[in-house]
Design a protein around this ligand. Structure first.
Ligand SMILES: C[S@@+](CC[C@H](N)C(=O)[O-])C[C@H]1O[C@@H](n2cnc3c(N)ncnc32)[C@H](O)[C@@H]1O
Length: 381
């Protein structure tokens, strides 16, 4: 096993999922999405009629939610009423102080107040209306993307229920993408983006790549954009909500001809590609079951358990994927897996080198942006 010294640091991780939710670096520029058009049952059925079809959609009854910033400004209020809302929302956020930090390393008021600004940016049609304060006039209507009642409920849920900010506004900024997310779908974390960088060398070869446990479709979309016309991506997830949201995101980026999203367990929907995959990426559930109850409320109470719980040691899904990968990857095929940290990386690398029957070469452990051993990469012999 190689450990890439470039990225190595002496400390190990606890839970990247917990800390990274606090680092939601809001990028100022939204990528303009095409306007929402629902994935209809007719488009679903035509795309799923043949498993070798190039379309992306498996029929799923769940209708994905539209992110707040993409909704039309069909509601309105007065400037004084908006001012009252802002005063109430600021008071609520400020009242938290460092209480959540002390409970479970959650957000403090400074971060919550920053989120409130982002929330207003998404909900209010004209940013100039946000700054009017008491001087605002009742005569002028302020355009809103959610009713004022809904805005009270949404912001209340952020503070009182510790609902993740990304679920409140319905999207997350990840790498250069803006991805729709909602309850039932993991919010993609910054560190996972490094998987795309690690795969870049292999992606030059093109071919068919698989993103297993695609969630919002983040990795599948990012990888497809690097692959371009050189290849395509098969994305799987067991969760129907994830499949629906990933399909929506794929459509928003106009990649439905390059990415096929399939519902099913890991490689199971990809049987016809046995021995043909040029690359496999996955960020599977890897938190040990007994650690779930100690997670930050935003994560443990709101994000899907299916995306978090990796069994007793957190390695159940990683072991399964590694075993099956020896059959699914073609010779020379590349893989990247995300793990919980140093211990899992070492166990997995050892498993790949010694237990899977000499199928893999150049197994390497690579650290994330914070210097925590996070990824295991390698090639099929
Ligand atoms: C940690 S999340 C990663 C989501 C996404 N790839 C990302 O990085 O943001 C793990 C994903 O695996 C999915 N999953 C869990 N068990 C699965 C299974 N047996 N087969 C396929 N997907 C599964 C979950 O629904 C979840 O979307």
């Amino acid at each position: 096993m190689k450990v890439s010294s470039t990225f190595l640091t002496p400390f190990s991780s606890t839970f990247p999922l917990i800390s990274s939710i606090l680092q939601n670096h809001r990028k100022p520029n939204y990528i303009p999405f095409r306007r929402y058009s629902c994935v209809t049952s007719s488009s679903s059925s035509s795309s799923s009629s043949s498993s070798s079809s190039s379309s992306s959609v498996t029929p799923i009854s769940h209708k994905p939610q539209i992110p707040l910033f993409l909704r039309p400004p069909i509601y309105s209020t007065t400037q004084p009423d908006l001012h009252n809302f802002i005063t109430w929302a600021k008071t609520l956020a400020s009242s938290i102080g460092s209480t959540f930090v002390q409970i479970d390393d959650g957000p403090d008021s400074t971060l919550l107040l920053r989120e409130l600004n982002w929330f207003l940016d998404d909900a209010v049609e004209d940013p100039l209306d946000i700054s009017h304060g008491r001087s605002g006039t009742s005569a002028k209507r302020v355009g809103l993307r959610a009713s004022l009642d809904e805005m009270y409920k949404l912001w209340g849920s952020r503070i009182q229920e510790r609902r993740p900010f990304q679920y409140v506004v319905g999207c997350e900024h990840w790498r250069d993408l803006v991805l729709s997310v909602e309850e039932g779908v993991l919010i993609p974390r910054p560190e996972t983006g490094k998987i795309v960088n690690l795969a870049e060398e292999g992606l030059k070869e093109g071919g068919v790549w698989a993103d297993l446990g695609t969630g919002s479709g983040a990795l599948a979309i990012a990888i497809s954009r690097v692959l371009g016309k050189n290849g395509r991506v098969l994305a799987t997830d067991l969760s129907p909500v994830a499949v629906s949201v990933a399909s929506y995101n794929v459509e928003r980026y106009g990649l439905q001809d390059s990415i096929k999203v399939k519902q099913g367990s890991w490689f199971e929907p990809l049987k016809e590609f046995e021995g043909q995959l040029a690359g496999v990426v996955s960020n599977p559930p890897y938190i040990p079951s007994e650690d779930i109850s100690g997670l930050q409320a935003e994560v443990g109470k709101h994000e899907p358990i299916l995306a978090l719980d990796g069994g007793v040691e957190g390695l159940d899904d990683l072991f399964h994927l590694c075993t099956r990968m020896s059959i699914m990857l073609k010779p020379g095929g590349f893989f990247v897996f995300e793990t919980n940290g140093e211990k899992q990386c070492k166990i997995l690398a050892d498993y790949l080198e010694n237990v899977t029957g000499n199928c893999f070469r150049d197994v390497t452990i690579i650290s994330d942006f914070a210097g925590i051993m996070r990824f295991v990469t390698g090639y099929r012999i």
